[in-house]
Design a protein around this ligand. Sequence first.
Ligand code: SAH
Ligand code: SF4
Length: 336
Amino acid sequence: MDFDHLYKTLADQPKYRVKQAKEAIFKQLVSDWSQSTTLPKELKEQLNQNCSLEIKGQIFSAQKSKTTKALLTLSDGLKIETVLMGHKDGRQTVCVSSQVGCAMACKFCATGKLGLSRNLTYNEIIEQVLFFDRYLKEQNSRVSNIVFMGMGEPFANYDAVLKAIKYFNDSEAFNIGARHISISTSGIIPGIEKLTAEKIQVNLAISLHAANNKLRSELMRINDRFPLEKLLKAVDKYIQKTGRKVMFEYLMIKGVNDSLKHAEELSRLMAKPLHMVNLIPYNPTGVYLPSSQHTIDQFKNYLRKRQVEVSQRYTFGQEIDAACGQLANKAKKVAK
Ligand code: SAH
Ligand code: SF4
């Protein structure tokens, strides 16, 4: 699917045709133009030839945690993974990918091991959500929330990510409120600065994982380029300008960053308004081990005592390798 192509094809048509085409794609959720009830037959044939709506995907479901993973095949044959999480309250969150692989090479992350193949286009980011909207249609449900926590570093592909977000937000397209859209970054400061200046106010999450430069650089190479003090300063500016809460993601890795000394360090960095910590149980990818729930509870209680707002992330889809940091196109690896 290619929206630029679509607009070009419709350029010499009356203006309302664009609206009708968007209705077919986003409201009727058609996967073939012939299913559109409003467009004329000739145009539908032309569109089927020039702007196919087909999204190639394979589905993996985990009933236990209401998680569905899709392995999508892009037009050049590369594959990406995207995950749908069904919440008890009816929310349907899609965890979208922004790149094929990732160049950041964080030690704990399966995507990081792949290296970067290429950026996704905004069309390919949109397709991930459209794929699940079509899937949910049978259950009379729709995607309600989007998190950029799949494969890739969203701020290394800033323009495509922001363009996709405009579609997510557009009332004629997905109509998802900016408050229901979150970007997670490993801490690319220029991206945080650009987002600070945007009109659209999506949620910002920072993958922190360590509260001192030595350990953070060991886990995340990007910390050498954007060290903690500069990163936190950029976040302060974002908070000043937007007045919005920022979520700091903190992986709990056994014996690496999970002691009370680490909690003390973290509590000092977080002793500011609108900073909140989200503790993430580590999904093993072969390098480290996860902290025990007892250790996580102790860490959490320590932070709470220090007045830090803290929550623990529910883990979705471990059994189908669909949880955070596990997306690594197993099918691609087997084929190699
Ligand atoms: N590149 C971005 C967004 C994608 S990763 C980022 O790093 O923020 C989404 C989240 O999954 C990040 O917080 C990341 O640190 C976390 N993550 C990576 N590997 C993980 C693993 N093995 N277990 C749990 N979370 C992991
Ligand atoms: Fe890339 Fe995020 Fe994985 Fe780091 S944690 S390698 S930035 S996807």
